[in-house]
Structures are given as structure tokens and as C-alpha cells.
Design a protein around this ligand. Structure first.
Ligand SMILES: [Zn+2]
Length: 147
């Protein structure tokens, strides 16, 4: 199981106090689960929201993860020769896009790489590895997070 989370804060809708948020994504097999847990330190108001689906994570959770941890870059493991058919098949399974869009993803993967959250890229990597395609994942740290 691979997961990534981030703590954030917001304003409590009930009392205006400080709301502590726990946001995250988890990979279970090839399934992505996302969730938000909120708890107010002042009035005790608490709520949680979660869901699952490969590409259904709310954008605010994705952006919070990306800005806290930096994006993860997925690339083909060079210099092994690559079976493009296998790459296209794996990406098609992972993204359910049209062939044209899938080709664009394959081109990106073969070039500078695809980026996304750790959980999203680990999921795509799992499809590619299952199809016999060697890939590498690297964490891209933003300058501000280097130290
Ligand atoms: Zn409150």
C-alpha cells in the first residue's frame, strides 16, 4: 500500500476557529482512494469525506499533495529498448483515454516523463511494469522544499 498525505488548515465553518485538515491519497492495488478529515480545535466540529476512483481525486487535495511533497516524475528506464505497443496498452488500461490521447501520453513518458502525485504515478507505473515495461519514479522537489 502506498499513500501520501498532507496536513493543512482552514477556517471552521461552524465557529470561525482553526480547522485542522488531513488530506491524502492511497493506492490499493490499482485503485486510488482519496480522503479529507477535518477537525476543529475550538468547537470540536469534525467531518470526513472520501472517495475512490483512478482519476476522481478532488483538485484541492491533489494540489495540496503536489505543493507539499512535489510532483513525482515517471519515466521509461533508459536505455532499454522499449516495446511501444506494450506501453500504449498499459497506458490505455491506466487512463481509458482515446488512442490519440494515449499516444500523447506515451510520447510524454518517452520524453521528459509524466508527472503527478506519488500515488497517481505509482499506479501508472504498476500498469506499465505489469506489461513488462521498465520505468523509474523520481520525486521532483521544488526549490523551496529542498532544505
Ligand atoms: Zn469550530
Amino acid at each position: 500500500m502506498i499513500s501520501q498525505g498532507v496536513r493543512a488548515s482552514a477556517t471552521c465553518g461552524a465557529c470561525g476557529g482553526a480547522l485542522a485538515l488531513d488530506l491524502g491519497q492511497t493506492l490499493l492495488g490499482t485503485r486510488v482512494e482519496w480522503g479529507t478529515e477535518a477537525c476543529c480545535r475550538t468547537c470540536g466540529e469534525a467531518w470526513a469525506e472520501c472517495g475512490r476512483g483512478a482519476h476522481s481525486t478532488p483538485e484541492d487535495i491533489r494540489q495540496a499533495l503536489l505543493s507539499e511533497h512535489g510532483p513525482t516524475r515517471l519515466r521509461l528506464a533508459a536505455p532499454a529498448p522499449v516495446n511501444r505497443t506494450a506501453v500504449l496498452r498499459a497506458l490505455r488500461q491506466a487512463y481509458s483515454r482515446t488512442l490519440t490521447e494515449t499516444r500523447a501520453l506515451a510520447d510524454a513518458l518517452a520524453g521528459t516523463g509524466m508527472t503527478g502525485t506519488l500515488v497517481e504515478m505509482e499506479r501508472t507505473a504498476a500498469f506499465l511494469r505489469h506489461g513488462g515495461v521498465a520505468v523509474t519514479l523520481t520525486q521532483v522537489r521544488t526549490e523551496a522544499l529542498d532544505r
